[in-house]
Ligand binder design. Structure first.
Ligand code: GDP
Length: 589
């Protein structure tokens, strides 16, 4: 063994090829050394620091762990959007502004009730000035400070806004019913808040119920890395009863604490910019829009561009319907005077003249046209190029699997891969098919969806096509890790893509002399084509994958058959067909 010891800095994970270069040895030699240490790895695979340290030790190197940027990697990710909005402001002019809060949580856990109860606090405090209008947001006062609530609860609104590049909320209140606990949409909501880097506190609702079990819920939250503060964690959990109006004050105080620790600021005298909360067309008044001011102060008479609509604001009213002249940061206001309908989530800004407004709108309309023609997909194939071009920092993933038992090892494997140079961020991992919500989250976070032994719902698939979201389905874990590893190393060639031609449902299975069993099917979508590839699913399980070798329509051999028609399908040497099975026909191109 070598006698001179040289120090060698190594990262937490290193690809064999790079390691070989570093120590100036042949990769083959290195792979052999690894094998003799019981580690099987190919030239493109990476090994962790400990493994690398042992092997380089045999060449006379003493490995030391490189000062890692890992700890900063998280922070280097997405910055909350409101911070981007004030990026150009003079820091000395920034002032604390009211936090803007959105309420997320599982259906029936009490989001609407809680929003109502909070709204009532103002009425109860005798401060109600006029009838509260529904404008999509309202403000309440607590200890002389304002809090703004967006009152369309649920993550669809939250994610849709984010998919458009906007973000109204600074803080998420996650409602969890104490009698029901953490449910699928609770988990989804956590994923959405995390992906948007919006801080979260928990409203543990329905504590008045006899079967409420707050400790169980706290335990569940802790398991999701939301450790309650009373247990030494960082997540504030406030017990409330929206129905009995209990704990609402504590919740509001909690929100203010979270706001304070997050330094939510704006420059009231700065550039006027914000987000469209909602818009509707009133027959008499024209376009009515709710704008949330996020920086600067909006005034009646200002000329505003919102998305591709613009106009001089004729009137500004607050959430009580009271006309106001000015609206500072975090104030939601209803405005009239826009030429067209903006969309919820459009960013608005104040400009100097109608001429400037028109030219911005014209530019945006053109840009929108080219964008829709060249809408860039975040695909696994493009990942490496995107990272190198500085367009992506890492790979965001949403994982869906058939059972928890397969989800855990997948997440583990992926976490290992993500320790390399290009980070992997798992935004959400859950069992179940791929649906609309997953696709919206992927679109908003520029993520790829990985499905393991699951399918994508029809709606989810359509939305994915529209939003340009890459859904990749796998049946074997190592196939998936292999693909991702290749993508991270820039080795995944964009070559073969599957294209689904159609789907069919098996109605009956009958015996036919030539093929053994034949599936009597109805084509539910697209077409089936003889010679194409097929997968047969029973529930979420894939029971067969192979060629579609025979296709008949009313005893005639046909080449293809369209949606709505019935047909007989035979698979080569496969007989285990059952009514109710789903057939997916695809080609690889
Ligand atoms: P959302 O779907 O999350 O908006 O839930 P809702 O606000 O519509 O509430 C669902 C149901 O739970 C309604 O029947 C409410 O009356 C009830 N509910 C909401 N909050 C409470 C609470 O604090 N205690 C009890 N007992 N019931 C509640």
């Amino acid at each position: 063994m070598s006698t001179t010891i040289t120090k060698l800095e190594l990262p937490a994970n290193i690809v064999i090829r790079d390691l070989a270069l570093k120590i100036e040895k042949s990769p083959i030699d290195l792979i052999k050394k690894l094998m003799s240490n019981g580690v099987m790895a190919t030239i493109n695979q990476s090994v962790d620091f400990d493994t690398a340290a042992i092997v380089v030790g045999e060449y006379g190197f003493e490995a030391v762990l490189e000062a890692s940027e890992d700890s900063t990697k998280e922070e280097a990710g997405e910055v909350p959007l409101w911070r981007q909005m004030i990026a150009g402001e003079n820091v000395s002019l920034l002032k604390a502004r009211p936090p803007v809060v959105t309420i997320l949580g599982h259906v029936d856990h009490g989001k609407t009730s809680l929003l109502d109860a909070i709204r009532q606090t103002e009425v109860a405090a005798g401060e109600a000035g006029g009838i509260t209008q529904h404008i999509g947001a309202y403000q309440v006062e607590k200890k002389g400070r304002l809090i703004t609530f967006l009152d369309t609860p649920g993550h669809a609104a939250f994610t849709q806004m984010r998919a458009r590049g906007a973000q109204g909320a600074d803080i998420v209140v996650l409602v969890v019913a104490a009698d029901d606990g953490v449910m699928p949409q609770t988990r989804e909501a956590i994923a959405h808040a995390k992906a948007a880097r919006v801080p979260l506190l928990v409203a543990l609702n329905k504590v008045d119920k006899a079967n409420a079990n707050p400790d169980r819920v706290k335990q569940q939250l802790a398991e999701l890395e939301l450790v309650p503060d009373e247990w030494g964690g960082n997540t504030m959990v406030v017990a409330v009863s929206a129905k009995q109006n209990k704990g609402i004050d504590d919740l509001l105080e909690g929100i203010l604490l979270v706001a304070d620790s997050n330094g939510i600021k704006a420059n009231p005298g700065g550039k006027v910019i914000g987000t469209v909360i909602e818009a509707e067309l009133d027959k008499a008044k024209g376009v009515m829009a709710t704008l949330l001011v996020q920086n600067g102060t909006l005034e009646a008479g200002d000329i505003v561009v919102a998305g591709t609509s613009y106009g001089k604001l004729r009137a500004i009213t607050d959430h009580k319907g009271k006309p106001i002249k000015k609206a500072g940061p975090s104030t939601p206001v209803a405005v009239m005077g826009l030429s067209g309908m903006p969309s919820a989530g459009d960013i608005f800004q104040v400009v100097k003249s109608e001429k400037e407004a028109r030219s911005i709108v014209a530019e945006r309309t053109d840009a929108a046209k080219t964008l829709s023609q060249t809408k860039k997909k975040v695909s696994l194939e493009d990942l490496f190029a995107n990272v190198q071009a500085g367009e992506a920092k890492g790979l965001n993933l949403i994982i869906k699997a058939d059972v928890q038992g397969s989800l855990d090892p997948i997440v583990n494997e992926l976490n290992k891969l993500g320790e390399g140079e290009i980070g992997l961020h798992i935004l959400h991992a859950e069992t179940g098919n791929i649906g609309n919500n997953d696709v919206m989250l992927a679109s908003a976070s520029k993520a790829i969806i990985i499905g393991f032994n699951v399918q994508a719902d029809v709606d989810g698939r359509r939305l994915a096509e529209k939003e340009g979201v890459d859904i990749r389905l796998y049946e074997i874990i190592y196939r998936m890790t292999e693909d991702i590893e290749k993508a991270l190393n820039g080795m995944l060639e964009p070559k073969l893509v599957e294209r689904v031609l159609g789907r069919a449902q098996v109605l009956v299975a009958f015996a036919a002399s030539k093929f053994g069993k034949v599936a009597g099917c109805k084509v539910t979508e697209g077409e089936l084509r003889r010679g194409a590839r097929v997968r047969l699913y029973r529930g979420a399980d894939m029971v067969y994958e192979g060629d579609l070798s025979s296709l008949r329509h009313e005893k005639e051999d046909v080449k293809e058959i369209r949606q709505g028609f019935e047909c007989g399908v035979g698979f080569k040497s496969f007989n285990d067909i059952e009514p109710g099975d789903q057939l997916v026909c695809y080609i690889v191109e």
